[in-house]
Write a protein that binds this ligand. Structure first.
Ligand code: UGA
Ligand code: MN
Length: 333
């Protein structure tokens, strides 16, 4: 009986040992096996798929809003044709450099440079080629009897007249040769090479219908001259001299629509106009005071200045030249 008990206990013990061992072996086999984690990963999966859904919705929204933005094609800006008379003198390259670098900041600008010279000069040609601007290079010498002579006071004869007229002639011819409906779209502005132009003035003039006007600073012996605006209309002019002139304004103070220039093929500057009547000689055939379009916040802002560059003194250069020690002529200034 005792022996049988012993045997049984031994069997139980062996069985117990065997089962534990199998359990341990099974546990060891499970190590490193991929587990079926479906149950405890459920919340994480749900979060991921929810975030994916949201991302997809956001992407859809962005795509839709961009699709609505794109088709609004901007209408092309009207081109500003800037006509600049220029003549050879010591400061010419400096003036044209400053001017060209201002124009580089203006979109849709075509620079018409008209040299007061019997031929195009290398200085201006090179400057234009390197300028990065859209340009047309012309020349038209001022007739000798109309040209200011050394020592003449600057007001004695009008300047830049034949050159601006040559610019107008080219423009009329060129536009006629351009096919398409928008060859009349544009603005014409007469920009002397020595003035100072704010970039804003070009955006002010860009949508000129007939003739737009604005103040000019430091001109006519005044801090500024300007059209006086009442209820959106020009009613008179603030000027220090002969306000009775048809258009007592400086050249820098107005722009004309290309359409108006083309519709009036004879309109040009009159070199024989009395002093101070040059601007009027062009404008009086084109527009009435009532039709002027005031710009620059109803002509309350100065955005262009009639600056004049001092003539450089060459006393020391002349003295050195007399000794054969002058500056190298091959260096372009
Ligand atoms: C003022 C006006 O601002 C000019 O628009 C106007 O032409 C001139 O008076 C005038 O009454 O004739 P102001 O500063 O006195 O201008 O003239 P400049 O700047 O010396 O000359 C006006 C433009 O003509 C300049 O672009 C200049 O380079 C050019 N110019 C001048 C010539 O092409 N040839 C010349 O012999 C002199
Ligand atoms: Mn000037």
């Amino acid at each position: 009986m005792a022996a049988r008990m012993k045997l049984k206990l031994k069997t139980v013990f062996v069985l117990y040992f065997m089962v534990s061992l199998m359990g341990l072996v099974y546990a060891l086999m499970q190590l490193g096996q991929r587990c079926d984690c479906t149950e405890h990963d459920m919340p994480k999966d749900r979060t991921i798929s929810r975030l994916r859904g949201e991302l997809h919705r956001f992407q859809e929204q962005i795509r839709k809003s961009e699709a609505t933005k794109q088709p609004q094609k901007q209408p092309a800006k009207p081109t500003i044709f800037v006509i600049t008379p220029t003549y050879a003198r010591l400061v010419q390259k400096a003036e044209l450099t400053r001017l060209s670098q201002t124009f580089l900041h203006v979109p849709q600008l075509h620079w018409i440079v008209v040299e007061d010279s019997p031929h195009k000069t290398p200085l201006v040609s090179d400057l234009l080629v390197k300028s990065g601007l859209a340009y047309t290079h012309l020349h038209m010498p001022t007739a000798k009897d109309r040209k200011l002579q050394e020592g003449d006071p600057s007001w004695l004869k009008p300047r830049g007249v034949e050159q601006r007229n040559e610019g107008l002639r080219w423009l009329r011819e060129d536009r006629r040769a351009q096919p398409g409906g928008d060859n009349q779209q544009g603005v014409v502005y007469f920009a002397d090479d020595d003035n100072t132009y704010s970039l804003q003035i070009f955006e002010e003039m860009r949508n000129t219908q007939r003739v737009s006007v604005w103040p000019v600073g430091l001109v006519g012996g005044m801090k500024y001259e300007r059209p006086v605006v009442e209820e959106g209309k020009v009613v008179r002019f603030h000027t220090g001299w002969r306000p009775s002139r048809p258009f007592p304004m400086d050249m820098a103070g107005f722009a004309v629509s290309l359409k108006l220039v083309l519709a009036n093929p004879e309109a040009c500057f009159d070199g024989d106009a009395p002093m101070g009547f040059l601007e009027s000689s062009l404008l009086q055939g084109l527009v009435t005071m009532d039709e002027l379009e005031p710009k620059a916040d109803n002509c309350s802002k100065v955005l262009v200045w009639h600056t004049r560059t001092e003539k450089p003194k060459m006393k020391r250069e002349d003295a050195l030249q007399a000794q054969g020690l002058g500056s190298d002529r091959a260096v372009e200034v």
